[in-house]
Design a protein around this ligand. Structure first.
Ligand code: HAM
Length: 423
């Protein structure tokens, strides 16, 4: 029979890999708390309309990359391609705009995009995202960028550059789009087929075309305008970042591939990652809350791709600490004692002590090998002779010592040593 495989663009994580992931997730949660962001969890499926209205109908994500299906002929459903729109929906649906106003939320979870899989680009990938909803202060931008840089550093990501820009308000964007279109028109034939169509529909998309020539031509047009308010906001963000000691490059970057952005946008790219070098990205979205049916409210957020963070970190700081030996392996000298041994193992577990045993009648030698592989600190050998004497032999694998412990006090003694709860 042919073996079934995971779908293209999806990955299984085996225990060693999960350990590296957990280290990142742990750092992400810890830093979120330090910066005052609280966790939210939204569903993996959402109504398609949510992303049409937020990410935008002409974006690649909506046009080509959403896993979309009709639910029993009723709803148009998608596997969420990103988290921001869902968090804003939840924020409004659960009335946080009335009960909390300014809310700082974060999430960790899988996102889905039907992209052509390649190194660093997956169909199911995972994001750590933060969203600060309810403020237009430039300090919110600075704080979130600082958190982003902090988490990447904490995860061992080196050689990262923060690319920073301001896309201006909607009015600035309309003006820039018109000007960009006008300036690009004479060069239309040099753009790819898709960008020729983008010229009319959503000209900013030319700036994030996967074809670098299109990006370069559009960038050279320098058709970007900021009104006085947006200029002041951007100045403040840059000043804040400088004063905080966060380096950035604001010379070669402008648009993001999602329509909801206004004003500050940023992307963190890492050298050596190849074409998919953005490990994290985000920006301000001052219109989105209103566009999804809420009151006018400023907001800022970013998301980091966990897979890319781990790729960029290599085997550096995110590799989990080698686990210390802990707990007990209860070795059974004669198979009929399995029941007795299981009762002891269960009592240890209920005391919070990691406890393992063999159920398959393996030799004592094989059980010792398993105990060592499982990094047990102790092997307790239960045999008929010991049982008759009311005692158990305990070997310390780390120290190489051995002792005999009365069965009556075995649980209490081990529990104390392992800092369990039964003493
Ligand atoms: P995004 O730039 O589409 O923004 O994605 C953010 C990050 O997710 C990327 O920088 C990358 O690390 C990771 N990522 C995206 N697509 C893939 C993929 N196919 N495979 C692997 N990793 C991927 C957003 O999603 C916005 N919601 C960010 C945001 C939050 N803006 C404001 N708040």
């Amino acid at each position: 029979m042919t073996m079934l495989q995971a779908l293209r663009g999806t990955t299984d994580l085996l225990p060693e890999e999960v350990a590296r992931w957990s280290a990142v997730e742990h750092a992400a949660r810890r830093l979120a708390r330090i910066y005052g962001y609280r966790e939210v969890r939204t569903p993996v499926i959402e109504e398609a309309a949510l992303f049409l209205r937020s990410v935008g109908e002409t974006t690649d994500i909506v046009q080509k990359e959403m896993f979309r299906f009709t639910d029993r002929g009723e709803h148009e459903i998608v596997l969420r391609p990103e988290g921001t729109a869902a968090v804003v929906r939840a924020y409004l649906e659960r009335n946080l705009h009335k009960t909390e106003g300014f809310a700082k939320l974060f999430y960790l979870g899988p996102m889905f995009r039907a992209e052509r899989p390649q190194a660093g680009r997956f169909r199911q990938f995972h994001q750590y995202g933060v969203e600060a909803i309810g403020s237009t202060s430039p300090w919110v931008d600075v704080e979130a960028i600082a958190l982003c840089v902090h988490i990447l550093r904490e995860c061992g990501v080196g050689d990262a550059t923060v690319w920073l820009a301001s896309m201006g308000c909607r009015k600035d964007q309309a003006r820039s789009a018109e000007e960009l279109r006008k300036r690009l028109e004479p060069h239309k034939s040099k753009l790819c087929k898709e960008c020729q169509a983008r010229l009319q529909k959503n000209v900013f998309r030319v700036l994030d075309c996967k074809n670098p020539d299109c990006h370069a031509i559009a960038w050279d047009m320098k058709a970007f305008f900021l009104c006085n308010d947006c200029t002041a906001h951007f100045q403040e963000v840059r000043r804040g970042l400088k004063e905080t000691g966060i380096a950035f490059d604001d010379t070669k970057y402008f648009a993001r591939g999602l329509d909801y952005y206004t004003r500050t946008v940023f992307e963190v790219r890492v050298k050596g990652l190849g074409a998919q070098d953005a490990v994290a990205a985000g920006g301000r979205y001052d219109q989105l809350v209103e566009e999804l049916g809420g009151p006018p409210m400023g907001a800022f957020g970013f998301a980091a791709g966990i897979e890319r963070v781990l790729m960029a970190a290599g085997t550096g700081a995110t590799s989990a600490e080698p686990p210390a030996r802990a707990g007990v392996y209860l070795a059974v000298a004669q198979p009929p004692l399995i029941g007795e041994a299981f009762r002891l193992v269960q009592r240890l577990r209920e005391c919070g002590v990691p406890a393992l045993m063999d159920y398959d009648g393996k030799s004592l030698k094989a059980q010792f090998r398993e105990a060592d592989k499982a990094l047990a600190r102790l092997v307790a050998v239960l045999g008929e002779t010991e049982l008759a004497q009311g005692s158990i032999t305990v070997k310390d694998l780390g120290a190489g010592s051995q002792r005999t412990v009365p069965l009556d006090s075995f649980i209490e003694e081990i529990s104390r040593e392992e800092q369990g709860r039964c003493h």
